[in-house]
Design a protein around this ligand. Structure first.
Ligand code: ADP
Ligand code: MG
Length: 598
């Protein structure tokens, strides 16, 4: 017996059921009539425990279902309610039999028996031919019968059917009502209908008018002696992973599309990072190869103060006095040139015609064009050749690294060689001081420090300053682009995952209506999300691998460090899991009535 006492239900400002009271018997067939929108489905959902937002009281066999906790309410739906939804709520992608057995999944111990019962029911409902057909291939009437079979499979004590004959022709309607009439001998069956003819099967007809339930028709005699107690069995744990896996399989294409999109997003971020890496590498390459920029030159005699200042600065190495030298011999092959006098010149301000300036630490020499011409007509051929430099007792074997612009015979050597040469020089008056700044980054600061001491140094600080600000700008740009790509990727992933979860409200609402409790539903969703995350990780790994291969085949330098690959793969998994958990937060908590309406 179901006692409805003072029941009110409102949606926002609209009162649907208005302080209505009624007592339904434990057995018999009851038809529920009322205008469209009068609240028939709403009432059925309340009786089924799909919606707990109401005032008043619904007492089923002595237990107020409003006072049940979430798990008890699930047990109530699972063990006592068979619900036929107006729009069926069958799961596409599953067979008829699978849809029906879904209601038994929380009772898997008697699987064989469930299967047998399902087949018998399908037989009774004239659907035995369609047992293994996919649900989406059924006609409206066939779907309706499948939905009825699902409602009856667990032999519930209360059957609530929302317009179950809506899609059936007259003869099928009569057949179905005959079946419902028969089973109503030992249970309560409530049927919503518009069809007056259906009411002829009813023991009692109830109208809903102005939010009230009004009995019209003959009361077949409520059996008040039979008052069972509402028994609530323990929560049954369904195999969440199995269902998650099955769901994942059924929606495989959708899941693949989402995980592919997410992986591509993260790959785009990786590639942008790789371009950043590539640029950083070029910059550091540039810094290594252009050590002539590190050189500085201060002209004029020095009493030792400037030398001491430079020598005591940690950022500076190779500080030495330069002198005028005489009788330097240069020999290349069988050609020899002797320079009677050579004055030091500032290397840093010279511009190159070919090649590069001699680098500190390398045994290199750069020649002016007029001097170079004395060794070879086509001066470009000299680059990379070995040249012997003799001064005093010593001879140095040097590689020609470049030709620089100057209108007279002259040469530059690497600063460490030069330093050695001047050790042997006749120590009269020093002509100038030369130094190297150890780190490219300090070149501008060292020049500034010298300027602060009113020392005029010839350096490439201006060029280096301009380059550094370009490098900084490029670095910042790459960072911004990478972050932008990441943000776009994350937003798209979030939207896709939220959409994916939203598309599942009906499915989850159905599971909840069938009595799956929140914990089980959460485990199902988590299983699916884990599978989705694993799939995204695999896609990501494959995509990174393919990119690598393409890079190798087409000789595009893609620099992705193993750490970045690992991070990309891990972050794909973590991103998917985190967003999925956030997106499904609401999904898990929505009551069946609301979820099924979405
Ligand atoms: P019936 O089944 O009698 O045709 P319903 O019970 O489905 O009517 O709905 C009664 C009224 O409540 C309708 O006007 C419907 O639009 C409204 N309604 C039903 N469910 C909701 C909901 N979740 N939110 C807002 N309005 C709703
Ligand atoms: Mg309705």
């Amino acid at each position: 017996m179901i006692q409805i006492h003072n029941l009110s239900k409102r949606y926002d400002d609209t009162l649907i059921l208005n302080h209505t009271s009624f007592t339904l018997p434990s057995k018999g067939l009851i038809c529920l009539l009322g205008a469209s929108g009068s609240g028939k489905s709403t009432l059925l959902h309340l009786l089924a425990g799909f919606d707990s937002q109401y005032s008043g009281d619904i007492t089923v066999w002595g237990t107020s279902i409003g006072k049940l906790n979430a798990d008890e309410l699930c047990a109530y739906r699972r063990d006592h309610i068979g619900f036929v939804f107006q729009n069926y709520h069958l799961l596409s992608g599953y067979t008829v039999l699978e849809n029906i057995l879904l209601a038994c999944e929380l009772n898997p111990s008697i699987e064989e028996e469930n299967r047998k019962n399902a087949k018998e029911l399908l037989n009774k409902l004239g659907l035995s031919q369609k047992t293994d057909a996919k649900i989406e291939n059924l006609s409206g009437g066939q779907k309706q019968r499948a939905a009825i079979a699902r409602a009856l499979i667990r032999n519930p004590r209360i059957v609530l059917a929302d317009e179950p004959t809506g899609a059936l022709d007259r003869s099928n309607s009569n057949e179905l009502m005959g079946l419902l009439k028969e089973i109503s001998k030992d249970r309560l069956v409530v049927v919503i209908t518009h069809d007056q003819k259906i009411c002829s099967f009813a023991d009692e007809v109830i109208h809903i008018e102005n939010g009230k339930m009004i009995a019209k028709g003959i009361d077949a005699g409520t059996d008040l002696t039979d008052q069972p107690v509402l028994s609530l069995n323990k929560t049954v744990k369904g195999s969440a992973f199995k269902r998650g896996l099955k769901n994942f399989n059924v929606h495989l294409i959708r899941y693949m599309a989402v995980s592919l999109a997410i992986s591509i997003g993260i790959l785009a971020f990786m590639l942008s990072l790789s371009s950043g890496n590539r640029m950083e590498e070029s910059i550091s390459d540039f810094k290594d190869k252009n050590t002539a920029y590190n050189n500085g030159y201060i002209k004029g005699e020095d009493d030792g103060t400037v030398y001491e200042l430079l020598n005591s600065d940690e950022r500076i190495e190779n500080v030495y006095n330069q002198y005028k030298i005489t009788d330097v011999t240069l020999r290349l092959g069988d050609k020899t040139e002797v320079m009677a006098e050579k004055y030091p010149q500032p290397k840093a301000t010279e511009s190159m015609s070919y090649g590069t300036m001699p680098k500190a630490g390398e045994q290199e020499i750069a020649l002016s064009p007029s001097l170079a011409k004395k060794f070879e007509k086509d001066i470009r051929n000299l680059l990379g050749k070995e040249l012997a430099l003799e001064y005093g007792e010593k001879e140095y074997m040097l590689t020609i690294s470049g030709i620089y612009n100057a209108g007279y015979d002259d040469f530059f050597v690497s600063s460490d060689i030069e330093k050695e040469i001047y050790i042997n020089a006749d120590k009269e008056k020093s002509y100038s001081i030369s130094y190297d700044v150890t780190d490219f980054e300090d070149i501008v600061a060292v020049s500034q420090m010298l300027a602060d001491h009113n020392i005029d140094s010839k350096t490439s600080a201006k060029e280096v300053g301009a380059l550094q600000s370009t490098f900084k700008g490029l670095n910042r740009l790459f960072l911004i682009v990478s972050i932008l790509i990441l943000a776009i990727g994350l937003s798209i992933s979030t939207v896709l995952l939220i959409k994916l979860q939203n598309s599942r409200y009906k499915e989850i609402g159905l599971l909840s209506a069938l009595g799956f409790n929140r914990g089980t539903i959460r485990r199902i969703i988590v299983s699916e999300n884990l599978l989705l995350s694993a799939m995204s990780v695999i896609f990501n790994a494959v995509l990174v691998g393919c990119t690598y291969l393409i890079g190798m085949i087409f000789d595009v330098a893609i620099i992705i460090t193993p750490l970045q690959i690992l991070l990309s793969i891990i972050s794909t998994g973590v991103v998917v899991i985190l967003i999925s958990i956030l997106a499904s937060y609401k999904l898990i908590r929505t009551e069946p009535a609301a979820a099924l309406r979405k």
